[in-house]
Unconditional design. Structure first.
Length: 445
């Protein structure tokens, strides 16, 4: 058993973990219950299926902590980032992918690896023997979640993720909408025109907000609590926080010029981002929602340019489960009460595809070292990878622990000028330091 690394869950974290371990010469079994046991969010049985957005967010490795994490994963021969690069779609400064070919590619490569076996049974108990990584993500099956709860002696924490709708491109009225990335970001014309923009006047915006607030919403079951992650708030929840909230969030009109009427400034703008390589599908950026399907169709068709929209997928909402990692995990990402088990991915309390993949990468490298009788030095907190794992394994306050995206606030401070004018210099200093420290750590990993 000690010669095999078992990974429960074939999402982003589990797929990356399997790739890292197998390429280090370790036999791997991925235990993925889909498609035999489905979830209400997944559509296929493929590994690394993208359930929510098709974006890995910013790819800027000099000024953005997420982009830095992309860079660190690439330096570690990460499967997720490599595959994302092959299926990249125009998205301004973001890394967006054609989701179905992306997950199919991941699935094919992992299944073809001589040291990787994919097993389809559902794991329902925490194993006593062998080396394991639990990377079941936000949709951990009920039986396994109950086993985790019984072992840890604490209730699992939970919040709700909401999914944005996807529109058929041919149904968007381009006599109203236009293509442009905010501030014309991107090195190519395709990047600079990666988004479709739908402008709103003040009157249209106010009517939209009224309809949003009045629409029928999903009702939670008894015993459920709606603790949303701020990076993935449903638009109606944002609207409830203030009528201007959306104008300062996903509907902000800055950095855009209406190609049909350059002198007219929009009061608000709805953006859609390309969702597949053919350019036939676009997702409504930041429009995660818990509205009922009928209400979604009515409300979203109020958006100028979407009055005749056809939807490939409407929005939805699902429960996201995670553990109190600062209390339960040690610095090696092992469950303190059962050190033969590591946790990785969103179940540890990181949020986002990138962060989940990164924790899978790190958990695998830590497990491989242990199985080979080596001890790795802690990942420097000055790196994006180190800042994130330090946060979830002890840096965060256990009493108020909530899912976290990677951000420069998790890094040790650096001596650089403050204020908005000094931000670019300061962020560049963070990323320069991180890159040097990450490469040094990789040499001994």
């Amino acid at each position: 058993m000690d010669k095999i690394l078992h990974i429960v869950g074939g999402g982003m974290a589990g797929s990356e973990a399997a790739w890292q371990a197998a390429n280090a010469g370790i036999r791997v079994v991925i235990h993925e219950m889909r498609p035999s046991v489905g979830t209400f969010a997944h559509r296929t049985g493929n590994l690394a299926e993208m359930v929510c957005s098709n974006s890995f967010r910013s790819d800027d490795d000099e000024q953005n902590a997420v982009g830095l994490l992309h860079w660190e994963m690439r330096q570690a021969n990460g499967l997720i980032m490599e595959t994302a690069g092959r299926h990249r779609l125009p998205a301004g400064g973001a890394l967006a992918v054609d989701r179905d070919p992306f997950s199919q590619d991941i699935t094919d490569r992992l299944r073809a690896h001589p040291l990787i076996e994919v097993s389809g049974e559902e794991v329902t108990e925490l194993p006593d023997q062998g080396q394991w990584i639990i990377a079941t993500g936000p949709l951990t099956s009920g039986k396994l979640a109950e086993a985790i709860r019984a072992e840890t002696g604490a209730d699992s924490l939970a919040f709700f993720d909401a999914i944005a709708p996807i529109v058929y491109a041919e149904s968007i009225d381009m006599s109203v909408a236009w293509k442009q990335s905010r501030y014309d970001k991107g090195e190519t014309e395709a990047e600079r025109t990666a988004y479709i923009n739908c402008p709103m006047t003040r009157e249209q915006y106010e009517a939209f907000i009224d309809a949003l607030l009045e629409a029928d919403k999903t009702v939670f079951h008894e015993g459920e609590t709606a603790g949303y992650f701020d990076g993935c708030l449903p638009i109606e929840v944002m609207a409830e926080r203030g009528r201007e909230t959306l104008r300062h969030g996903p509907m902000k009109p800055v950095g855009l010029t209406n190609a049909h009427n350059p002198t007219e400034k929009a009061y608000a703008v709805v953006q859609l981002r390309q969702d597949n390589a053919l350019g036939t599908l676009y997702n409504i950026v930041g429009f995660q929602t818990k509205m009922k399907y009928g209400a979604q169709t009515n409300v979203f068709k109020m958006i100028p340019g979407l009055h005749d929209a056809s939807f490939a997928r409407l929005g939805g909402i699902h429960r996201n489960t995670f553990i109190n990692s600062p209390t339960l995990l040690d610095g090696q990402m092992r469950l303190k009460s059962r050190p033969n088990i590591r946790f990785a991915g969103q179940i540890t309390g990181v949020e986002g595809y990138v962060e989940s993949s990164a924790m899978g990468l790190l958990a695998a490298r830590l497990a491989v070292a242990e199985m080979q009788g080596r001890e790795l030095a802690p990942v420097p907190q000055t790196t994006a990878m180190g800042a994130l794992v330090t946060h979830i394994t002890g840096g965060a306050d256990a009493k108020s622990f909530q899912p976290m995206n990677v951000n420069f606030g998790l890094f040790p401070p650096i001596d650089a000028k403050g204020g908005r004018r000094g931000r670019a210099t300061r962020y560049k200093a963070y990323t320069d330091r991180a890159k040097a420290d990450w490469l040094a750590w990789l040499e001994q990993a």
